[in-house]
Design a protein around this ligand. Sequence first.
Ligand code: PHE
Length: 346
Amino acid sequence: MSDGPSLIRDLEALEQEALEATADATDPDDLEAVRIRFLGRKDGRISGVLRGLGGLDHTERPAVGAAANRVKGVVSAALDARAASLAAESGPDSALDLSLPGRRAWAGGKHPITLVLDEIWEVFRSMGFTRARGPEAETEWYNFEALNTPLDHPAADEQDTLYLEDSVLLRSHTSPVQIRTLQNHAPPVRILAPGWVYRRDTYDATHTPAFMQVEGLVVDEGVDFVDFKATLAEFARRFWGPGTRIRLRPSFFPFTEPSAEVDVKRVITLPDGSTRETDWLEIMGAGMVDPAVLDAAGVDSERYTGFAFGMGPARIAMLKYGVTDLRTFFENDMRFLAQFAPGGEA
Ligand code: PHE
């Protein structure tokens, strides 16, 4: 017949034995066997001692129970610590070399052109524009004819455009999205349409055969030249800063009349705190939508007017980041790209 104090002595002896066995274990299997031998629910030796609890006077039980819980906690913690140190010692090279350089945790970052695209979108979104998109494989009609560009126009020439098959091509600009949008949505229309476009260009510092464009289109009753210029001036100020000015230079596109090239002049702050204006830099083609374009899309050109613009985010990224060779954006050199990632250099 056991009594409380003798059970507690048994538990303390088991504690010593378990701690020694734990320290002697040399691999995880050994250690697991020790855990089962002492802490196992059914046949564990500590559980075995507790089975004697039933024969005790009820006044003695709490002290034995508390001792058993303490011993279980101590042995279990020792087993965990030993498991951790065995795991650290194993591995291909068990020596821990503190002189090795740390491993960098790579965080992905957005491509600089995507960053610029996001900023452009944010400005127009804040002015009430929504997004639109269209297919990259287009028909001659959407890419040229509906945009008031006859097929004998130089732009439609096979020298400049990548044809997939008869009358199907890779769109050479995002302007076909103007037509697709107007066919599907009655005015008022205020959209921004980013996407890839393709031209038969030689890959060099200022040309790539595939590049991004962002198309803008506004069509409503009473849209006039003042709305056109004010919207683009407001875009420039929100994108580059309050002092930015724009200039419209007369130009020609078959789908706008009048047409313009849009230039910006930015204010930059020098290291000494003084400010200086940059040269005029060309950022986009634009103009008032030609009534023939509205007619082709089934929009009443007597009632509605509008303006449109198209810009290249890569060109804007070059101006913004001082990049002089367009190819840098496509070569995926991590030393270049990492400069734009939140985590910094490669
Ligand atoms: N689509 C023209 C280009 O690719 C740009 C443009 C868009 C011009 C809209 C005027 C209006 O060069």
